[in-house]
Design a binder for this molecule. Structure first.
Ligand code: CTP
Length: 403
């Protein structure tokens, strides 16, 4: 296991030394890259002593003799390491990564690197909340990078709030989990539905819901990284689809049903994360509804329940549904599990107390066909996605064993 550890210039750089020690102690080969600013906080010698390896401090080292190796050193580092961890990730580094600016060793390495990227941000609370930082964070998340922390507390500047780098133990834990994740979905075809559906009322208006599609896209990304073939059937969302997925774009519940049935055959695991509209106007007028002084009422008909239909047709496939609830999470999850003949329902609270819609995080309860419930505490949707697949694979073994 080889980890490239990029250290940015912030006061938390001293915690990166402890992190390097923990990673090395647990058996990782750690190659440290320090930015110029990081070297103002901690000396490269500290990291060299802790990792037993030379620390990279510049894109163009001074020694003439080394010039040729230096020219391609970032490519070597990119190829030799299994994971790139940046801790602390400063606001400046995140901005450069987000935009692809490559003006030193670490930023150049970032562009050349193909494996998983983990970032542990640390900065002043106002810098963290700045729209520029938040926008860059959104870009990096959407690219599939894992953001660890930051934690809340008193910061070096004396202010309180989010901005503290996550603790080295926590970061090391996540690094090893990411490194040891087997390609345990190899050979599987995972069909994921994501996002809302949009049900036309007339040629210009529609009914829809607040689903952002982030949970479904995180599931598709996780399945791809774990080796699965992925078919992503997506309602209208503002997200870039993960590279490698077969993407089918749909708008309405009826179109989603058709697409799902067309792609059902090769699927071995189906995850219905889409927030399918429950009602639609069966006959959409061809002209725009005109405003009058009178009240109007819409006559809505139920849409086809895709999940329930899959419950009847699933055969050996593992079928995972979602339930967005405002109350009685467990009871509703259990009811849907039975009524739709699913193997697992991922239930989340929505509304004022829930984390789900539009958020990057989620907090869910998994209701399993074995009768068990598993509480998954608040985490990024990407982490929740991995947890869903972990439990789905265990569940399949348990279900097979009980047959
Ligand atoms: N679903 C579906 N087709 C529909 C409606 C929902 O496939 N027409 C799927 C969703 O993708 C999700 C699950 O059913 O996986 C739960 O959706 P939800 O709307 O919560 O369930 P309902 O059956 O509509 O139950 P209720 O409205 O009573 O909460």
């Amino acid at each position: 296991m080889r980890v490239a550890l990029g250290v940015g210039g912030g006061i938390a750089a001293y915690k990166a030394a402890e992190l390097a020690r923990l990673l090395a102690e647990r058996g990782a080969a750690v190659e440290v890259i320090m930015t110029a600013a990081a070297q103002q906080f901690v000396r490269p010698l500290t990291f060299a002593a802790l990792t037993g390896r030379r620390v990279i401090t510049a894109l163009f080292p001074n020694e003439e003799a080394d010039a040729l190796t230096a020219a391609i050193e970032h490519i070597r580092v990119a190829q030799e390491n299994d994971l790139l961890l940046v801790a602390p990730a400063t606001a400046d580094l995140m901005a450069k990564f987000a935009r692809g600016i490559a003006d030193d060793f670490l930023t150049t390495l970032y562009l050349a690197f193909r494996g998983p990227v983990l970032l542990a941000p640390a900065m002043n609370v106002n810098m963290w909340h700045h729209p520029a930082t938040q926008e860059n964070l959104g870009v990096l998340r959407a690219r599939g990078h894992r953001i660890i922390g930051p934690g809340e507390g008193t910061l070096a500047c004396g202010m309180a709030g989010p901005g503290r780098m996550a603790e080295p133990e926590e970061i090391a834990e996540i690094v090893f989990a990411a490194l040891s994740r087997r390609r345990d979905l190899e050979g599987e075809t995972v069909l994921v539905t994501a996002g809302p559906t949009r049900e036309a009322l007339d040629p210009v208006r529609y009914l829809s819901n607040r689903s952002s599609g982030k949970m479904g896209y995180a599931l598709a990304q996780a399945a791809l990284e774990r080796g699965a073939e992925v078919i992503l059937i997506s309602g209208p969302v503002h997200l870039a689809p993960p590279a490698g997925a077969k993407v089918v774009r749909v708008e309405t519940a009826v179109e989603m049903r058709r697409a799902v049935l067309e792609h059902l055959e090769p699927a071995t695991i189906i995850v219905k994360a889409a927030a399918v509209a429950d009602y639609h106007v069966a006959r959409v007028p061809s002209h725009k509804l005109k405003k009058t002084a009178a009240r109007i009422s819409l006559e809505l008909e139920p849409t086809p329940d895709i999940l329930a239909e899959l419950g009847q047709k699933k055969g050996d496939r593992l079928l995972i549904g979602f339930a967005a609830e405002t109350e009685n999470l467990r009871e509703e999850a259990r009811r849907k599990l039975a009524s739709k003949n699913c193997d697992m329902i991922v239930a989340n609270l929505v509304g004022p107390e829930g984390a789900a819609f539009e958020s990057d995080d989620n907090e869910v309860v998994l209701a399993l066909a074995t009768g068990e419930f598993i509480e998954v505490p608040r985490a990024s949707k990407r982490e929740i996605a991995d947890r869903i697949f972990d439990e789905a694979l265990k569940l399949r073994l348990a279900l097979h064993a009980s047959r």
